[in-house]
Design a protein around this ligand. Structure first.
Ligand code: CTP
Ligand code: CA
Length: 223
């Protein structure tokens, strides 16, 4: 772990979270982490110090200005972000956080019995929402909205509920724009309701578009 904190700091969450059921089983999703890592790379190229809090992914990123923190569950991701949030100029919540976790985590492997198994799930902490409540003037937060229907309406609801400045809308309807692909197609909606739709691009290029949009929005807010 290393970072040079004289530079402006960007806090980024990335990848999936993994919620244990017992020592050998868990709940997760298909997030590869590619989008969050691409955003991290773009900010590093622009001279920012990046704190990347990442769920389990196979990606690797190394840079002198990168602090890379590996976590597993949503609770760990939230706790890992806490020491950094208030020092970050920009926070990007790119992680696909599991919405629910198992109510009880068995310490021993669950044995098979009967024809049905009911698993009780409880809601996970909403990391973007919690930091939205703590956000100070001058801080900018960016979230994602992955939607299948009523896309703009749902994205705007997330923008407001989570006190985001910018929401990146991904539509599952768009071929090549979901989990696992190397490409993405996004619409960026700002708090001032300016909306911009980009063509299908590589995630690397989309990461640059998101970093550029966040930096120019932050500059406009402070001028
Ligand atoms: N998010 C988060 N913590 C959670 C859930 C979501 O930080 N527990 C963040 C995501 O990183 C993303 C934004 O909130 O930036 C929206 O995530 P999404 O899953 O689209 O929205 P939810 O609020 O979880 O609603 P739903 O899944 O029901 O659409
Ligand atoms: Ca969710």
């Amino acid at each position: 772990m290393s970072a040079i904190f004289q530079k402006p700091i960007v806090l980024i969450t990335a990848g999936p979270t993994r919620e244990a059921i017992d020592p050998v089983r868990y709940i997760t999703n298909h997030s590869s982490g590619k989008m969050g890592y691409a955003i991290a790379e773009s900010f590093l190229e622009k001279g920012f110090a990046v704190v990347l809090v990442s769920g389990p992914v196979t990606l690797k990123l190394a840079h002198p200005n990168l602090t890379n923190i590996a976590v597993t569950s949503a609770d760990e991701m939230y706790n890992a972000c806490r020491p950094y949030f208030l020092t970050a100029q920009i926070a990007v919540f790119a992680a696909a956080v599991a919405d629910y976790k198992s109510a009880e985590v068995c310490t021993q492997k669950m044995k098979k019995s009967g024809n049905e198994l009911n698993l009780r799930l409880v809601k996970n902490v909403d990391i973007a929402y919690e930091f939205g409540q703590l956000k100070q003037k001058g801080q900018l937060s960016v979230g994602f909205a992955l939607e299948t229907n009523d896309e703009e309406q749902n994205a705007l609801k997330k923008l407001n509920t989570k006190n985001l400045d910018m929401v990146i809308l991904n539509s599952v309807q768009d071929e090549g724009a979901t989990f696992g692909y190397d490409t993405n197609k996004i619409t960026i909606i700002n708090q001032d309701l300016v909306s911009r739709t980009f063509p299908l691009k590589s995630k690397k290029e989309v990461g640059k578009d998101i970093a550029d949009a966040a930096i120019s929005y932050a500059n406009n807010q402070s001028s």
